[in-house]
Design a binder for this molecule. Sequence first.
Ligand code: ZN
Length: 292
Amino acid sequence: MPLPRGLPVVDHHCHLSPRGESVRAVERFRAAGGTHLFLATQNYEATFPLSLDTYARQFETTVRLAEKVHDEVGVRVYPVVAPYPIDLVGASARLGATAALELHRNALDLAGRYVREKKAVAIGEVGRPHFEVRPEVAAIVEQAFRHALEVARDVDCPVVVHSVDLTAAGFLELAERAREVGLRPGRVIKHYTRTPVAPESRGAVVPSYLARRDLVREVSASPGPWFLETDFLDDPNRPGVVLDLATVPRRAAAVLAQDAEHGAERLYVPFVESVERVYGWRPEVDSEGSAI
Ligand SMILES: [Zn+2]
């Protein structure tokens, strides 16, 4: 079943690398019916950043990739930038905890400037490593996370959180962290969510669900806001460890095929309504089905 013409089809979290498939992967996304991508930055170099210049170079690469994809494929790309929380693990071993935290805070401030200058739409990924870290690292992780929430509050944008998979208690804890600094919990997105959490149990924090077939089936009728994502990594050395970039449009087509009557309405929730509620604007497509 073809996707409805006026419907944007949005992958809310992916990565692209100049050394990976890059534009070719987005061509596959476009061919499957995809129109808009949220592109999270990543470390494009051999080691984690140890200077603010390296972060600046990294964010610039993400923004340039977004423009290149739009120019060459016509897919609209929204950059999301921040220092990766796991950078603190390596940086603290090399620079010491204090200097690593200082660098991280400066990189978060830089990410905030990108949002203010409209070169990025959100701060992310921020949060906590998905594995156990030494207590002194755990302490700076918390301080860095708090600063990330403050930056989002100050520039008035969403934050995209990296962490272990969360239950309702974890969602409520995130909401609490946001409220502590005066950030609206509805601006907090838990990326790579694999466990559906009922809307009344997540304290307004927004899940971005991994677009696995079973999960999409489980959440597709639930009220928003929520998103779908692949977390595509664009790493030619690790094929198949994550979902392919064509997955979200394919799942959208499956939702429509399953429920011709309500499918489009359901897809409107993650692709339009949720973007509007969390980010404040809506992705749009023209009469040809291309991103505007
Ligand atoms: Zn990611």
